[in-house]
Design a protein. Structure first.
Length: 136
């Protein structure tokens, strides 16, 4: 994606297991919004497609391998992030190789979308939870 100084492109995955639970990770101490629960993912680097960025982020954060065709675009959210606007693209993924492991996060959990309301989440993730809940 082309660099835009006022826009921050972020991708996230709704990794969904066989019983419909979705993986969340806790943001580590020392990072912006530390302690909040979020969908795994991260920033799209210059020159990356959103899908290749998400494949890279899931490998770095969770140690899992995901194939681009297994990423299904779902929805997006927009939020202010300092002096920039963040556009968060959410993909659903039900197929991956490996066991998700908290490599960069202190904790992981599997929850239904309805169960996510009890956890503190970044503002941009909240409309995504409502979307997932309405899909169920």
């Amino acid at each position: 994606m082309e660099k835009n100084p006022t826009m921050l492109f972020v991708v996230a995955a709704a990794l969904t297991n066989e019983v419909g639970e979705i993986l969340l990770q806790k943001r580590p101490e020392g990072r912006q919004m530390a302690g909040l629960w979020e969908f795994p993912g991260g920033k799209v680097e210059s020159g990356e497609s959103p899908e290749s960025a998400l494949v890279r982020e899931l490998k770095e954060e969770l140690g899992i391998e995901v194939d681009v065709p297994d990423l299904i675009p779902l929805t997006f959210a927009s939020a202010k992030n300092g002096d920039r606007n963040m556009l968060l693209l959410l993909y659903r993924c039900t197929c991956w190789q490996g066991q998700p492991t908290a490599l960069e996060s202190p904790e992981l959990c599997w929850l239904t979308p309805a169960g996510m309301h009890a956890l503190p989440m970044p503002p941009a993730d909240e409309p995504l939870v409502r979307y997932l809940e309405n899909m169920s």
